[in-house]
Design a protein around this ligand. Structure first.
Ligand code: SF4
Length: 235
């Protein structure tokens, strides 16, 4: 049976989607690898491009690209990068004309949420924030067993409530929601329920100072276990 084809850009050595050609030349997609999504899904990509014809979408995409452009500087020694993400966040929110920002943070990053609030307020934004534990609902509500509680079976533990975080920021009608350190899975639920524009300042990584790529960069040394092949339980 023929093997099913899937998009696999991460395996592509050619990157013909971003060719090294002049502005007036035409990219030659024909030479792209067999797993290239430009070959597998041409109609879908065309449909996506048409989406940018919507005025609001086009303007948002334009501002995002301008933001990207402004993060580099051409120097005699090549491209130089200029801004950490937090400054980009401020710049982009200003570009979009946003005034009211909403932070959805993990209780483990409560200090960081305070620091971020100060920074954003000092830059002229109005800031609302919601902690992951809002609702003060016991973890038992989602069938967590006593032995699965982090502080021990005898202790109260509030469940993380990313749905409520999203709904509060929806109700507050913030111009932009900012995720700060939500756990994996909780962030997925937040994204699912958030109906305002949303971005991420940081994701949770308890052992790398919230820098998950650190483990990836070390996967050929200290985190070699990441590359060890394992069978999945459902194989
Ligand atoms: S879109 Fe095609 S050419 Fe671009 S990285 Fe993916 S596979 Fe490679």
């Amino acid at each position: 049976m023929a093997k099913e084809l899937h998009a696999m850009c991460a395996r592509c050595a050619r990157r013909l989607c971003d060719p090294d050609i002049g502005a007036n030349e035409v990219p030659s997609v024909d030479e792209a690898p067999y797993f290239c999504p430009m070959k597998l899904f041409p109609e879908l990509i065309e449909k996506a491009i048409v989406e940018y014809d919507k005025t609001e979408v086009k303007e948002f995409a334009r501002l995002a690209s301008v933001q990207e452009f402004e993060c580099y500087e051409q120097t005699g020694k090549g491209l130089k990068t200029k801004f950490p993400r937090i400054e980009e966040l401020i710049q982009f929110a200003n570009k979009c004309g946003y005034h009211k920002l909403g932070i959805a943070f993990c209780i483990g990053l409560a200090n960081e949420a305070g620091m971020l609030t100060n920074i954003l307020e000092n830059k002229g934004f109005s800031v609302v924030s919601v902690c992951c534990k809002l609702g003060a609902t016991a973890k038992e509500r989602i069938d967590i067993k006593p032995e699965q509680k982090i502080e021990g079976p005898e202790r109260w533990e509030s469940m993380c409530n990313p749905i409520a975080q999203a709904e509060v920021l929806n109700a507050e009608k913030v111009d932009l929601a900012i995720m700060l350190g939500l756990c994996i899975g909780h962030d997925t639920l937040f994204i699912k329920y958030c109906r305002v524009p949303m971005t991420v300042l940081a994701v949770k990584d308890r052992v790398t100072g919230h820098n998950p790529l650190a483990a990836l960069y070390l996967s050929q040394s200290y985190y070699g276990r990441l590359l060890v092949k394992e069978k999945r339980a459902d194989d």
